[in-house]
Design a protein around this ligand. Structure first.
Ligand code: AMP
Ligand code: MG
Length: 404
């Protein structure tokens, strides 16, 4: 039986769940998902303060002030940021004040320095001002007791800044997965070694580790495994003791040396699927010791594509995310593309935005071993089974990377 992409992904996502909670210092929490609601236990800002460098005044004193008829006030003190005012302002008085400094009692507004002229004793003000102008009120950002961030929110730089301003140094987050990555195949050669006849470079392991890291998680590189059952089993078992998930590449097809299947079957409940997609039809997925194992196909474009569509969302769920899949956009196709197969094609494309509209152009030969057309692409467009999409028609797309 052949599964659709959605069926396969739903089965995977159902089988994995968020990892246990971890307490982290906020400086070490970027990218993590909050596992608790965060409330404010103090007002931000904590006191009434000035939004400008200028003069704290009583607005009524400046009625009718203009360029020709400035109001003149006497300066009773200077209040730098971080210093409490010493006096209560009375009618006819002003305090020189800096941005962020506490407003003195009696003052109700601030005029900016640009509309004033002053010496040590006096200030002339050339504009009237409305009450509360340039004043920041206690709790105007957040009030004591407010729910500021909810469980499930991803921590970005602005959340870290907010947590610091709430005096919250430690937060509960979902633990991020550590992912063991293993390449399989007798033909694979490590970087820097000579290529003997019949051998190729191992590119998948580097690509997959990078995909794990791009998603924000830790990759554990377990190297190349020969097509040897004992060696592979030992490496996979090592992965299970050290990581939260395992990803292998190669050996899940129908070839005679596709031994990954028999070894995986011994480790746990592993299913071997044909998914109605191209590239990436043969795949393995299952659980061993409660940890997900993803058997990606060996062809370089297939392994990277299957990771993006299946492994990445599963890792996100393990990390506590609720938005798992990449967003889908629409683009105008700029050429005819034929899909004669009964599988949806994930076609490598370069997508550009012009006049508010995305346009997609295929990046060249689409064989599942042709990594170069993936290098030229910034996204994948989908061509449904048995369909010809004509130039000018719309296709669905998803971008690579983390920007979108
Ligand atoms: P397999 O799924 O093991 O039959 O491999 C399918 C194709 O992908 C073969 O041409 C392999 O040589 C190639 N391949 C498998 N693993 C890798 C890898 N780690 N890096 C590059 N190519 C690979
Ligand atoms: Mg192989």
């Amino acid at each position: 039986m052949m599964l659709t992409v959605e069926q396969a992904r739903n089965k995977i996502l159902k089988a994995v769940s968020a990892l246990p909670v971890d307490r982290r210092h906020i400086s070490n929490s970027q990218g993590c998902i909050l596992a608790e609601d965060v409330y404010a236990n103090e007002n931000i800002p904590p006191f009434r303060n000035s939004a400008m460098d200028g003069f704290a005044v009583i607005a009524d004193d400046l009625q009718g002030a203009s360029k020709d008829q400035p109001a003149t006030l006497s300066i009773v003190e200077v209040i730098p940021a971080g210093h409490a005012p010493q006096q209560t302002l009375k009618s006819g008085q002003a305090a020189k004040i800096m941005t962020g400094a506490m407003l003195p009692e009696g003052a109700d507004s601030v005029v900016m320095v640009e509309v004033t002229q002053s010496d040590q004793q006096r200030v002339q003000i050339y504009e009237s001002v409305t009450k509360e102008k340039n004043v920041r009120f206690p709790g105007e950002s957040v009030k004591t007791g407010d729910l500021v961030m909810s469980k499930g929110k991803q921590i970005r730089p602005q959340e870290i800044a907010m947590l610091a301003s709430l005096n919250t140094g430690q937060v509960d987050v979902f633990r991020s997965p550590v992912v063991a990555v293993i390449s399989t195949g007798d033909e694979l050669t490590e970087l820097g070694q000579d290529l003997d006849p019949g051998k190729i470079r191992d590119s998948n392991r580097y690509g997959i580790c990078a995909q794990v890291e791009e998603a924000g998680y830790q990759a554990l590189d377990l190297g190349i495994c020969r097509d040897n059952e004992a060696e592979l089993e030992q490496t996979l078992r090592r992965g299970l003791t050290k990581a939260d998930a395992l990803v292998t590449s190669g050996g899940v097809s129908v070839g005679e040396y596709d031994i990954v299947k028999s070894v995986l079957s011994r480790l746990g409940e592993i299913n071997f699927w044909r998914v109605a997609m191209k590239p990436g039809k043969p795949q393995a997925f299952g659980l061993a010791e409660g940890k997900p194992i993803f058997g990606l196909p060996g062809n370089p474009v297939s392994s990277l594509t299957v990771f993006d569509l299946f492994v990445r969302p599963a890792l996100r769920k393990m990390a506590g995310h609720t938005i798992l899949n990449r967003p889908i956009f629409c683009a105008v196709l700029q050429q005819n593309v034929v899909n004669n197969s009964d599988r949806v094609n994930y076609t490598r494309a370069i997508i550009e935005k012009r006049d508010g509209q995305y346009y997609a152009q295929v990046t060249g030969a689409q064989g599942s071993g042709i990594l170069h057309s993936l290098v030229l692409a910034n996204g994948l467009i989908t061509i449904p089974p048995e369909t010809t999409v004509k130039s000018g028609e719309l296709v669905e797309l998803q971008f690579f990377g983390n920007a979108l």
